[in-house]
Design a protein around this ligand. Structure first.
Ligand code: MN
Length: 205
């Protein structure tokens, strides 16, 4: 299990075929203002890749973009809505098809309002992860080892979570509803970027 660190793009052919876990770290929560600093990606075989973008990056990243835009590669996220918007805005690709562990959790873990990654990993996989570096300076010239470990841990468990969540979605008869929600997520991210961030366009008033 190794964390690989790259500047400005993913090397070619470092990922095995199949679904990839994806996460992003940014300067904050307002996507057009707060630049994309790191994209983490993992194929589920045990290694994680971190791609760091410097200030003033052109976000060309042809290898990373090709993986993210590949229609045959499922992308696993935890809270896909945010990551898809950041990737769309900075890297210019729609990183679909989508699976979102947070959305799946909301559809089946109806007995709790705690749908954070830490809670999911603890309850479904019995492991502990630290979220201590979540609100740190991802634009710093040197990322600390703690930041790199944290960033990698955000994609480390998503393949295994998907397996657990899929079993529960099937058990509760919500597989098709979850898929419909996943398929809508790129449009939800587009609404965020286009000026409807906190407005529910399906609401009556
Ligand atoms: Mn993260």
């Amino acid at each position: 299990m190794t964390v690989h660190f790259h500047e400005e793009d993913l090397p070619a052919d470092v990922l095995a075929p199949g679904p990839v876990a994806v996460d992003t770290e940014t300067m904050g929560l307002i996507t057009p203002r707060d630049r994309l600093c790191v994209v983490q990606i993992a194929d589920g075989r045990g290694d994680e890749h971190l791609v760091r973008f410097g200030p003033g990056s052109d976000y060309a990243a042809p290898n990373l973009r090709a993986v993210l835009a590949d229609p045959d590669r499922l992308k696993l996220y935890h809270f896909a809505r945010f990551d898809i918007a950041a990737i769309r805005h900075y890297l210019g690709v729609v990183a679909a098809p989508v699976y979102c562990t947070k959305t799946a959790s909301r559809l089946i873990r109806t007995y709790t309002d705690r749908h954070g990654l830490k809670e999911l990993v603890r309850e479904l996989l019995g492991q502990e992860i630290s979220k201590q570096q979540q609100s740190s300076d991802w634009g710093a010239p040197e990322l600390s080892d703690a930041q790199k470990d944290y960033a990698a841990s955000d994609v480390r468990y998503l393949h295994r979570l998907r397996t657990e969540l899929d079993q529960r979605l099937a058990r509760e008869g919500r597989t098709a509803l979850a898929q419909a929600c996943f398929d809508f997520l790129p449009a939800r991210a587009e609404l965020d970027l286009a000026g409807w961030p906190e407005i529910d366009i399906f609401a009556h008033v």
